[in-house]
Design a protein around this ligand. Structure first.
Ligand code: FAD
Ligand code: NAP
Length: 536
């Protein structure tokens, strides 16, 4: 690519106008950088723009899942429910874009398709599907971790003649399922949120389950004035506790080891956690749930008993009980009436462990022992998580090296922010950072703030190029996998491990060291003059 064909130049190009891209733009533009955000959707919000399926909502409390960077914003915005709905979060994203006048520097309906590093000029050349060719010093990938939807690999999928929908690409105008015979494939968070609502409309709902998941009740409700005041009157201190916590959400108690108390006490603590209706709190019931298999068994048994008590038909209940992974090693789900939905006459569970799908036909779905006919198939089959959207872009670093080649055995990064051989390229909430294991708002703000400080520091020092050293990256990857291997997470076939995408290397993708300790490590790197990077 020659400089001639470049149609515009920037200090910083950002891909994605989700919460990460929006905050990047706000901070960097405020510091005088010339920034352009490219977004393939027609609006802001990222996840909350795309995932419009019935029941889509946050499962981190709304007072936690929001920006903390501006005390005025957090005081003026009023969340209405404990867990915000997708429309409310999208409204919030639009409010932020409006309030900080982000619109002029964001370009919508435009996908970045390639990024080529020019070692002579020390700049990136970015190409879009609309023909833009942009030269930029820094290139920030705020592409999201759950932003590349995935269809299942089922023979005949393309032959189906009825209507099909993906939860992650739900039509903006909604879908009327009244009187329809509907199939849902998948039982992850998206399915578990949407199934009870789809069941309210559909004439018949058949759920195809390959792996049951653990789900805890949402206990969603309107926020009371008193609890909003309680948080807002002390928001600064509350946010600080979130930043120092392990998961990006303050927890009001210190967990103890499971076997430091007797069985009755264990059950009492678990009952209290169940009633608190909050998965982060539930996972924190005891300090060793995710590292001690025996402790995990106690909690898993507790939830399986809950499932048996909620579902009338005990054969169905048993099919809904997860046994193949320790609780928490796949992202736990949060639901409103999910298990009770299987008590309805017109809702049926097909256990694919017993009778796998053999093919999708023009009229429906065949399993090893039945042929089903449907008007609608809903795919709630997840994402190519954490690396999907990064690798969709043709990214070439020093000496033309392709990111997809460098990552053929799995992603390797320094701090989940930078990649050796790819100077001046940054990932927000990238692999080997806490990312999806946290309240993402906290992790997004931390990465954006860290990057902002870096860009200012480089500008102040007259530096133009920064690159993670191979040594620092190798050490970080080794540390990240060592921490992961101390836990039960690798025991699950989860998207955290890349296990849901055939051929994807099996690597534990996020960093398990905790949001607070990770922040300290990043701060130490910066204070030591960006230790582990070469800067010129
Ligand atoms: P995204 O919101 O994914 O935005 C990335 C944007 O980049 C997208 O708009 C995408 O279109 C754009 N993009 C990607 N590639 C390109 C390209 N090549 N060119 C142009 N544009 C591109 N997290 C929590 O902490 N709590 C929750 O309760 C929670 N619930 C969730 C529910 C659902 C249904 C899903 C899918 C995720 C959920 N998450 C949750 C994770 C959620 O993704 C993050 O909280 C957060 O919204 C991510 O923001 P982001 O800006 O990093 O990425
Ligand atoms: P997911 O958790 O990956 O679930 C996908 C489901 O599809 C799984 O049950 C999977 O089964 C099934 N599946 C995939 N391929 C299949 C096949 N060929 N045949 C049968 N079943 C198949 O995806 P998701 O539900 O969209 O959630 C992804 C993540 O987004 C969540 O973990 C969470 O982080 C986030 N999210 C959060 C919320 C929230 O409550 N705030 C809501 C939605 C999403 P297997 O398990 O057997 O692979």
């Amino acid at each position: 690519m020659t400089e001639k064909s470049v149609t515009s130049t920037r200090d910083i190009v950002v891909v994605g106008a989700g919460f990460a891209g929006m905050y990047l733009l706000h901070r960097l533009r405020g510091l005088g950088f010339n920034v352009r955000v490219f977004e393939k959707a027609s609006g802001v919000g990222g996840t909350w723009y795309w995932n419009r399926y019935p029941g889509a909502r946050c499962d981190v409390r709304s007072l936690d899942y929001s920006y903390s960077f501006d005390p005025e914003l957090e005081q003026e915005w009023e969340w209405t429910e404990k867990y915000a709905t997708q429309p409310e979060i999208l409204k919030y994203a639009n409010h932020v874009a409006e309030r900080y006048n982000l619109w002029p520097d964001m370009q919508f309906n435009t996908a970045i398709t390639s990024a080529i590093w020019d070692d002579a000029r020390k700049r990136w050349t970015i190409t879009t599907d609309k023909g833009d060719v942009v030269g930029t010093q820094h290139f920030v990938l705020a592409v999201g971790t759950l932003s590349t939807p995935k269809l299942p690999e089922i023979p005949g999928i393309e032959t189906y003649k009825g209507a099909t929908y993906q939860t992650s690409l739900w039509p903006h105008e909604g879908v009327d399922l009244t009187g329809k015979r509907v199939a849902v494939i998948g039982t992850g968070s998206s399915a578990i949120q949407s199934i009870p609502l789809m069941a309210k409309q559909a004439q018949q709902l058949t759920v195809f389950q390959r792996t049951p998941n653990f789900s805890v009740p949402a206990g969603n409700r309107a926020l009371t004035k008193e609890e909003v005041v309680a948080v807002k009157s002390n928001y600064r201190e509350y946010r600080q506790r979130a930043k120092e916590s392990r998961g990006g959400v303050p927890i009001d108690f210190t967990p103890i080891p499971m076997f430091s108390v007797d069985e009755d006490k264990q059950q009492e603590i678990l009952e209290n956690s169940w009633d608190a209706a909050d998965f982060a709190r539930f996972l924190a019931s005891f300090e060793d749930i995710l590292i001690n298999k025996k402790a995990n068994d106690v909690v898993s048994d507790f939830v399986r008993d809950k499932i048996r008590s909620l579902v009338k038909d005990q054969e169905v209940a048993e099919a809904l009980c997860p046994y193949d992974h320790p609780l928490g090693t796949k992202r736990p789900c949060v639901d409103t009436d999910y298990y009770a939905t299987f008590n309805l006459e017109h809702v049926r569970l097909v256990n694919l462990r017993k009778t796998p799908i053999t093919e999708i036909t023009p009229v429906g779905i065949n399993t090893t022992d039945e042929q089903f006919e449907f008007n609608v198939i809903v795919y709630a089959t997840g994402f190519d998580a954490m690396t999907g959207s990064l690798l969709k872009i043709d990214i070439r670093g020093k000496d033309g090296i392709k990111l997809s080649d460098q990552w053929k055995d799995g992603p390797t990064t320094y701090l989940g922010i930078a990649i050796a051989n790819f100077p001046n390229l940054y990932t927000v909430t990238g692999p080997q950072s806490p990312s999806v294991l946290s309240n993402m708002m906290v992790s997004i703000e931390q990465h954006v703030d860290w990057l902002t400080d870096l860009f200012v520091s480089m500008r102040n020092n007259g530096q133009t190029v920064i690159e993670a050293t191979q040594k620092a990256q190798d050490e970080w990857v080794a540390h990240s996998s060592e921490v992961g291997n101390m836990t039960l997470y690798p025991l699950a076939n989860s998207w955290y491990m890349g296990a849901n995408v055939p051929g994807k290397p099996r690597v534990f993708l996020p960093y398990l060291g905790g949001v607070g300790p990770y922040r300290e490590l990043c701060n130490e790197v910066a204070s030591a003059g960006y230790k582990g990077f070469s800067i010129a």
